[in-house]
Write a protein that binds this ligand. Structure first.
Ligand SMILES: NC(=O)c1ccc[n+]([C@@H]2O[C@H](COP(=O)([O-])OP(=O)(O)OC[C@H]3O[C@@H](n4cnc5c(N)ncnc54)[C@H](O)[C@@H]3O)[C@@H](O)[C@H]2O)c1
Length: 370
């Protein structure tokens, strides 16, 4: 597979994403080329990753003598306590603003390390090497960093674009199927909100991606997905308007995850997939989406065995809790629930155009509880 590069352009920074298969060994050279002033490097990595990946990365950075920290990953480490620990480690190592930290891991490591990089000395260089499909197509792009609060997930954070992203399809070899499905949900979302042709392509290639981890199919889907997300982020870096279309399915998802107290009972990816099918169903009910398009989406879910039934995860009496979390979503501007819906496959409603009272949402979920 050939190496490919795209440039993400935002108001605050332009940076490259390098895509490839087995390309960890390029990191050292890419730092020399893109960040010539880097002298010290700290790598923060997920403990669960196969050790050979970290070895390969360290070997490529031999000249820099990088310091390595391996973390046991869970949402708990996206906290002030942990951020503080990392900042002190960076300061003790005398990391300067021209030096760099590398996040090697999924969205949790990326969100945490990006947050800490943005605060240390008001910003050190930050390289993201995402190791999950979700992080490769979504979390690593767009510059949102985040930690959690007892009041909710991702409520504390900064906008801080990385200086370089390296996406290596080979990192996904060890990723469990469940995590592949989570990442696939975001790929599917990008097609539904922006690109019908891509949706049709996914309908023919989805199985190759999820079941076979086919290198070429993965590469095509990841690059296409990153391009769509970066086009949207380029136009609205700080989520004032257009970027909200990326929340398609996510207001429902927030309700589903909240109703389970953000526990492992439902993963973010499963919640998003369930959220997108309900948002599609609602779009049809509101006469925005045609029955033909709704059926195409349902067929896609059935073919790939994606989660589409609420009753598999929730009891009917959890609907009140789901709706109350939907109401608390940080994207709402008043008591009503703000939603992005579909006009057709490839096109959403405008941000802030559609909202719904909680009672109406409860009724809708009751009717669609099966
Ligand atoms: N910043 C953003 O724009 C953004 C967008 C979406 C999600 N997120 C955040 O990302 C997080 C979810 O990301 P995620 O799904 O990547 O989660 P994650 O980092 O928890 O990774 C999922 C699981 O896979 C394991 N793992 C990671 N890479 C692996 C590999 N190559 N092989 C085997 N196992 C591997 C991890 O240890 C973990 O158990 C959430 O905290 C979410 O809030 C951020």
């Amino acid at each position: 597979m050939k190496n490919t590069k795209i440039i993400v352009k935002t108001k605050s920074k332009s940076y490259p994403i390098y895509f490839g298969n087995n390309n960890l060994s390029r990191v050292g050279k890419l730092i020399k080329k893109n960040l010539p002033n880097v002298k010290n490097i700290i790598i923060v990595s997920d403990k669960k990753l196969p050790p050979k990946l970290l070895k390969k990365l360290s070997k490529s950075l031999k000249g820099y003598n990088p310091k390595i920290y391996k973390l046991r990953v869970s949402e708990k480490i996206k906290s002030f306590k942990f951020s503080n620990k990392l900042i002190e480690i960076f300061l003790n190592k005398n990391l300067n603003r021209s030096d760099c930290v590398i996040a090697l891991g999924g969205g949790i490591i990326g969100d945490l390390v990006g947050f800490v990089a943005s605060l240390t000395k008001r910003g050190v260089k930050f390289i993201n090497i995402p190791s999950t499909l979700l992080a490769q197509v979504d979390a690593s792009i767009g510059g949102k960093t985040a930690i959690n609060s007892p009041n909710g997930k991702n409520l504390i954070g900064t906008f801080y674009q990385p200086d370089l992203i390296l996406t290596d399809v080979a990192l996904l070899k060890s990723l469990p199927r469940k995590e592949m499905v989570c990442g696939y949900g975001e790929i599917l979302k990008h097609s539904l909100i922006y690109d019908k042709k891509f949706f049709v392509w996914l309908s023919n290639n989805g199985k190759k991606i999820i079941n076979n981890k086919d290198t070429n199919a993965l590469k095509t889907a990841i690059i296409k997905s990153c391009k769509i997300k970066s086009i949207i982020v380029n136009k609205d870096e700080e989520e004032k308007n257009l970027r909200m279309i990326l929340n398609f399915g996510h207001t429902f998802a927030h309700g589903f995850e909240g109703a389970k107290n953000f526990s492992n009972t439902i993963s973010h990816g499963e919640a998003v997939l369930l959220g997108m099918i309900l948002a599609s169903q609602l779009s049809y009910k509101k006469k925005l989406l045609s029955l033909k398009d709704l059926n195409l989406i349902k067929k896609h879910y059935r073919n790939l065995n994606l989660p589409m039934k609420m009753n598999k995860k929730f009891k009917k009496n959890e609907i009140n809790k789901i709706v109350s979390f939907m109401q608390k979503d940080k994207k709402n501007q008043n008591d009503k629930i703000n939603l992005i819906l579909l006009n057709k496959i490839g096109k959403t409603t405008q941000p802030n155009d559609y909202n719904m009272r909680s009672n109406e949402m409860k009724k809708f979920l009751m009717i669609n509880y099966h």
